[in-house]
Design a protein around this ligand. Sequence first.
Ligand code: NCD
Ligand code: ZN
Length: 438
Amino acid sequence: MSPRQTPPLLLSRVRPYGEGDPVDVLVVDGRIAAIGPDAGADAPDGTETHDLGGAVLLPGFVDLHTHLREPGREDTETIATGSAAAVRGGYTAVFAMANTQPAQDNQTVTDSVWRIGREVGLCDVHPVGAVTVGLKGEQLTEMGQMASGEAGVRIFSDDGMCVYDPLIMRRALEYSAGLGVLVAQHAEEPRLTRGAVAHEGPTAARLGLTGWPRSAEESIVARDAILARDAGARVHICHASTTGTVELLTWAKGQGIAITAEVTPHHLLLDDTRLETYDGVYRVNPPLREEHDTLALRRALVEGVIDCVATDHAPHAAQEKCCEFAAARPGMLGLETALPIVASLLVETGDMTWRDLARVMSTRPAEIAGLTDQGRPIEVGEPANLAAVDPDSEWTVVGEELASLSANTPYEGMSFSARVVGTVYRGRLVSRDGEVVA
Ligand code: NCD
Ligand code: ZN
């Protein structure tokens, strides 16, 4: 549907960035037309009005790391169900990782994911292109073709797998710099993680689980920072998980290296003591680390050493999670719980303002991806991609009630105070009070 066919929308009683008294925001033809206590007075005939009761209004969130499982594992998530989960979580743009079956390693697949995302029409779905054919780490893909196709692929990643060969990574970075696209690295030196299922430390030792050392991540982060420097390229680090990675990012940024990084809500909130239950729901790559890592990651996000939050939403079927810990597939759901977690850890504690949260969940990820119509300020004339958040709407997570086709949330039964109560995508209200309405 083009924005022209969308009726005007009046969001009444919202507080942009949680600042000041509630105002009304009028949206016409997909853009913000008026903001103020009397913005409703200018509303044209046929305007749809929604009273948000003083909710915090933020730019719609942008997720640089989502697994949508289509094509190949539509039993666990589809572009449609993942888009529904996204907008219930306040996301108006998601980057769908390339580890589908078949992989998103050629233009036919990336363009098809893009087109299905458009047909679903709930949020922008940007396919991530694979760096290497079949994510095998051996032969570079035709990045240029994917970038110039309909999907206009701008992020490339073998996520799930590391581009471990330094020569292949060097060439990928050189090629990406020429194309003006970004390589996002799943930093895991595979020689150090063979058979690993948990963070290497006292908990894994006690539980008898094979350990994934921090050095497996940090050695790749250090290597790739140096490779990016010498290639004159940008590089993005997926799901940073250790204190040492934070130190390396601080060093690299201090050197002027064009490195950016994301952190997941689960690495901010959870540590490896959760594994005491041997519940496969806590298995994830990289693994949950120790408390000091979670604290360093939070501080790094506040200080801008880590640029943004990305969900690493990773749906898995029940039979792939409810089994022996070491046999469980790594990954956890994230789209519908990201905002409540970041708000509870950083805004409710006073470490961040709502404006800071908008930076790490919307503005910075949009900038990193080079999006021009997402992550924009809430101002007249700007595209209306918005998320409304009720900071005091106590709710309890129930996996079965999430929009995702899978239910592998590690937050089952946990309560949070903040919740997304409305999402506007291209001027259309697409979710309201936890339900998809479009
Ligand atoms: C992801 C998945 O399931 O695709 N799993 C995970 O544990 N994070 C892959 C990934 O992001 O590495
Ligand atoms: Zn990954």
